[in-house]
Design a protein around this ligand. Sequence first.
Ligand code: PHE
Length: 341
Amino acid sequence: MKELLEALREASRQAIDEAVDMDSLEALRIRYLGKKGELTALLKQMGRLSAEERPVIGQLANQIRTELENELDSRKAALAARMQELKLQSETLDVTMPGKEVKIGVRHPMYQVLDKLKEIFIGMGFAVVEDREVELAEYNFDKLNEAPNHPAREWTDTFYFTEDSSILLRTQTSPMQIHVMEKQKPSIRIIAPGRVYRKDEVDATHSPMFHQVEGMAIDKGVTMADLKGTLNEVARQLYGPDTVTRFRPHHFPFTEPSCEMDIQCYRCRGKGCPTCKGEGWIELLGAGMVHPKVLSGCGIDPEVYSGWAFGFGLERLALAYFKISDLRLIFENDVRFLEQF
Ligand code: PHE
């Protein structure tokens, strides 16, 4: 019995010395001192000992228990200290190391152009207004004098929410003319940028979602000359002082007379090239004098007030501004593309 106890004392001492972490220390404590541990097992055999041997062995066993407990404790403390040291080492901060570079993107090229436009228009006394993209057909079409059978109203062209074609995703920013005129009496000078939606397939010049910027000025004595003057000034501030524009007659239901404005091709300077499809000109926007019916529909007397409006595709303008050839690049958000601006 005595030999067995001595052997246990030796073996456990060595095992504790070699333990490398808290888990194995705990396993050793259970193995030797636990209820079903080796020391307990030995003590259970005490009954077989003689009356003289029993107290001696009992004393030895208690001594070994105390020793083991102390050894476990001190090994535990040593391990804890060692781990703390390792932790401190691994967490030391080398303040001389170079920092991690934080990559900051750039403002999307299209919004750079919009910012510039806002600046130009604000400089001329215009306010910037924004509003809903989900619109009533009444505002997108009816109040803009669009005929009940106008092709843009077709389900094949426009995204509708309701069977009765009364709620839709706006197909143009022109309903903003109505919203503004219903709320505000002249004089009015606004631009209204925002998203518009049409059922178009994606290609180099089309997308089912794109951005337009609407512009409108209503006051006493406003004429087509003001429209041309304003748009020419914007074109020059945007594309450079020698920018050449031209105005062609056109038709929109909500303006009369109506026109389209082109700029001379920035690639070929009017000679004709693939960018302008050989035309020498690039179509930029639709515009005109706000129709008297539209004015009176908003409670503005067309005998007293007149005004003009225009609308253009922001993507197309940005393409022209940065000389980008494909509309899809604007939406794909490929960093290799965006980094260039
Ligand atoms: N809303 C027209 C379009 O989407 C553009 C336009 C706006 C024309 C204002 C005239 C006046 O094509």
